[in-house]
Design a binder for this molecule. Structure first.
Ligand SMILES: Cc1cc2nc3c(=O)[nH]c(=O)nc-3n(C[C@H](O)[C@H](O)[C@H](O)COP(=O)(O)OP(=O)(O)OC[C@H]3O[C@@H](n4cnc5c(N)ncnc54)[C@H](O)[C@@H]3O)c2cc1C
Length: 430
């Protein structure tokens, strides 16, 4: 049986002997030996946890134990096969982790990997709006099914013709005489819609030209995604990374939803959705950090063990220094992320914390973590040389995935615009 590149790497042949392992098959040979000068044991966690509370450590260790049941090989296969990580979602639900950000649970959770995180994160952040603004029956009927893993949730905001200018979204929810709504329009990039039972949907209930401000007249709904009903269609988008998790275009054509799907008051949807956006930014920051640290750990391991020119490549400062720099960027972004998550949590009970301040810290954390993850993932690929391009070493997958937090849920450019305007009080540029 053909051995994988990784197993060849981990069970090196005698040093400096290279050449095909099978006569008929060209091989990518690695000149590897275990040096006594440098430790080859990877520290289990690169991220410094000094100062973490006992609760944070307990959560971190419990989630890490669960995630370790889903190793790189699991994500590699699911990515290659574009196969939903259903059992991972089920395991997190079984462990009770999907309720992590709901009241009494707290948001200050470390990172899951990116594709895995994407498969569950709407269940965590989108439920924030329901928990805060939902009716008693929504709290009673929907949230327990999300936490138990029975129902999955997706978040429907982005539209092809509005882009980041969310207030220009044109999907409409038109009220009928019996109180129900008919939804028409198109959403795009909706993660996990193929497997979701519910969608948290933002749609316009009053035309933009009939409201005092464009942020008014939008409403938030928690609807069933029922493809057996008329007026709903979706198509999976082929994408670069995180392929285990589906992303979709969705078309609504007079799709009927009952009156009780409305979350909070009609016309207040944008204000409500802002509430979940800060949670989403904190989560994305945590996800990006997780990816950055795992990429860096792999890079360091490789740099310790790969020998070229008779020395481990990590002995060259051109390899070592970019990795040290990537570590410090991740650590700085980690502090920003935990600060934002703490502010978000505290703002729920402490009215002296302005939502604007939470917004600034959550956006800053997302930006810094996404950039730090990108740096770490890119350098992990480069540290691996040619092997960085091989699927079996996983860093190419991390690199593909690390672009997501730079683009979504809000782009780098829009965060820079936000800080320019809200913090530096510079003129709005758009
Ligand atoms: C993998 C993935 C998963 C996603 N999942 C979801 C989901 O579940 N639900 C959902 O609703 N959406 C989702 N999205 C959508 C995501 O939130 C959007 O792609 C993102 O907000 C960017 O919007 P856009 O693609 O329309 O970019 P555009 O608005 O078209 O912008 C394109 C580029 O122009 C820049 N730009 C635009 N205007 C300005 C300006 N004024 N100043 C400076 N730069 C500007 C942007 O920063 C960006 O770089 C997902 C996207 C991806 C890639």
């Amino acid at each position: 049986m053909a051995r994988s590149l990784v197993s060849r790497f981990l069970q090196p042949r005698p040093p400096y002997i290279s050449g095909p392992t099978h006569p008929s098959r060209p091989t990518l040979c690695l000149r590897v030996h275990r040096t006594r000068t440098f430790s080859t044991s990877t520290r289990r966690h690169l991220m410094d946890t000094t100062g973490f509370t006992e609760t944070q450590m307990t959560v971190r260790e419990a989630v890490a134990a669960l995630c370790s049941q889903f190793p790189d090989t699991y994500w590699r296969e699911h990515d290659q096969n574009e196969q939903d990580p259903t059992d991972f979602h089920a395991a997190l639900a079984k462990g009770g982790w999907l309720g992590i950000a709901l009241p009494d649970s707290g948001l200050t959770l470390g990172a899951l990997g990116m594709a895995g995180a994407q498969s569950v994160h709407a269940n965590v952040y989108a439920t924030q709006t329901l928990a805060k603004f939902g009716s008693k029956s929504q709290l009673h009927d929907i949230i327990p099914n999300i936490i138990s893993g029975k129902w999955r949730v997706c978040f429907g905001v982005t539209e092809p013709n509005a882009g980041l200018d969310t207030l220009r979204l044109s999907t409409t929810a038109t009220k009928q005489s019996d109180g129900s709504y008919r939804i028409s329009g198109q959403k795009i990039w909706i993660t996990a819609a193929q497997v979701a039972r519910k969608m948290i949907l933002l749609a316009r209930t009053t035309p933009r030209d009939q409201v005092a401000k464009p942020s008014e007249g939008l409403s938030l709904f928690c609807i069933d995604l029922d493809r057996t009903k008329p007026g709903l269609d979706m198509r999976r988008i082929k994408k670069m990374g995180g392929r285990a998790v589906d992303a979709n275009e969705i078309w609504f054509d007079n799709y009927e939803v009952p009156a009780d799907t409305l979350i909070g008051n009609e016309g207040q949807g944008f204000r409500i959705v802002l509430h979940s956006m800060n949670a989403e930014r904190c989560l994305l920051a945590g996800e990006a950090l997780g990816l950055g640290y795992v990429a860096l750990a792999k890079a360091a391991e490789y740099a310790r063990t790969r020998v070229v020119f008779d020395r481990p490549i990590g002995q060259n400062q051109a390899i070592a220094h970019p990795l040290s720099d990537a570590y410090m960027r991740l650590e700085a972004a980690k502090l920003a992320t935990y600060h934002a998550a703490r502010m978000y949590d505290a703002s729920r009970t402490d009215s002296s914390i302005a939502q604007d301040a939470v917004g600034v810290s959550a956006n800053s954390a997302k930006y810094l973590a996404a950039e730090a993850a990108f740096t770490a993932c890119e350098r992990a690929v480069l540290t691996h040389g040619g092997m960085g391009y091989a699927v079996e070493f996983d860093v190419e997958r991390y690199f593909r995935e690390c672009l997501v937090p730079r683009i979504a849920p809000v782009s780098r450019e829009m965060i820079l615009n936000y800080i320019s305007e809200r913090v530096l009080r510079l003129p709005r540029s758009y």
